[in-house]
Design a protein around this ligand. Sequence first.
Ligand SMILES: [Ca+2]
Ligand SMILES: [Ca+2]
Length: 169
Amino acid sequence: MRKQFAIVVVAGLASLVGAAGVLADSTVIQDPDGDGTSNNLDIVAAKAGHSPGGVLKHRVTVAKKINPNDMGPDLHINVPGGGSDAEFIIRPMASGVGPGPMRGGVFANGGGKVARATITPVGEDGLKYKFREKAIGSPKHYGWAWVVASENGDVLDRAPDTGYVRHGL
Ligand SMILES: [Ca+2]
Ligand SMILES: [Ca+2]
């Protein structure tokens, strides 16, 4: 009887640890289909995770097939300290979402490029952005948000609609 109880407790702890590990490592959100205006890039889902070697991996999915002439959305990164605005923006360097990876950059918000990023199509309606943790100063955690903006800077869609999703390193 006592032995059985111990086994149940151990199994319970293991599942708790497992769940916490997944939560710390990967964040996923959904965004409404139809709240984006005017173009194909209406964000419907986004996911943050890690790749080996200190690489951060962010995936965004939009409602329709991505037009090769569309620029991908911008990934805004808000690191601890320095205020409530994003300190970094990860974005493509040029339009042209082809079958292979495209060039991207990590930019200081309102400033120049600080590091490289790679942007890879995922199916017809997704993009994966990868960049080094070091590029954003290797913080313990940060907030992220995807922003689709028009050429004159109007926000067409944002996910999440306000604020940032917290992601631990
Ligand atoms: Ca949306
Ligand atoms: Ca939205």
